[in-house]
Write a protein that binds this ligand. Structure first.
Ligand SMILES: Cc1cc2nc3c(=O)[nH]c(=O)nc-3n(C[C@H](O)[C@H](O)[C@H](O)COP(=O)(O)O)c2cc1C
Length: 174
């Protein structure tokens, strides 16, 4: 659908298996919609059809981390954005919930898909592991990876990051 040329389209999207990363994307989109005045249009999309990224001026893309990597849907979207380059791109990952700092660092550096050189920023948020939602294999893997059950998302951190993005866009994108 066509839109007035002056409208700036910002797309927030995330790959999520059990919904926790989706909720982070929802929260980021809500904050950005409040913080960014017209001509910005903040749109929350899912990643089933990557064409939603086609005419985005700015993309905020996230993924849950499983087995040390972005989910396939998130990785595919990032690959897509290498051809359809938006003006600005921010990335976030959600998952590291180990108490061990060294393990968290390992997970973050293992995330090869979040290529920092090609993005304006990459943020890593705590994750949420609801054991009751997991299948038998997932439970075993999560235990082996020392993934701690519980909700480790810090909403004030999420809000602060979204506000930082809004500030960048207000000041740097005319
Ligand atoms: C089977 C399994 C594997 C996981 N692997 C990792 C991992 O390698 N690194 C990590 O930091 N978190 C890992 N996690 C934690 C998830 O990333 C975390 O629970 C996240 O919040 C899930 O997001 P979602 O609800 O959007 O799917 C794993 C969780 C499960 C169940």
């Amino acid at each position: 659908m066509s839109r007035p040329a002056a409208v700036r389209r910002l797309v927030v999207a995330a790959a999520s298996r059990h919904g926790s990363t989706r909720e982070i994307a929802d929260r980021i989109a809500t904050t950005l919609a409040v913080e960014l005045p017209v001509p910005w249009s903040v749109v929350r999309e899912d990643l089933t059809d990557l064409r939603v990224l086609d005419d985005a001026d700015v993309v905020v893309l996230g993924s849950a981390i499983y087995y040390g990597h972005w989910m396939r849907q998130g990785a595919r979207a990032l690959e897509f954005l290498r051809d359809t380059v938006p003006l600005r791109l921010w990335l976030f990952s959600s998952g590291p919930i180990s108490e061990e700092e060294t393990e968290n660092a390992q997970v973050i550096s293992a995330d090869a898909m979040a290529d920092l050189g090609e993005a304006d920023g990459h943020m890593v948020f705590g994750g949420n592991l609801r054991t009751a939602d997991l299948g038998v294999v997932e439970r075993i893997v999560a235990r082996a990876l020392h993934v701690l059950p519980g909700d480790h998302r810090d909403w004030s951190q999420v809000d602060a990051w979204a506000e930082h993005i809004a500030e960048e866009l207000r000041s740097r994108v005319a």
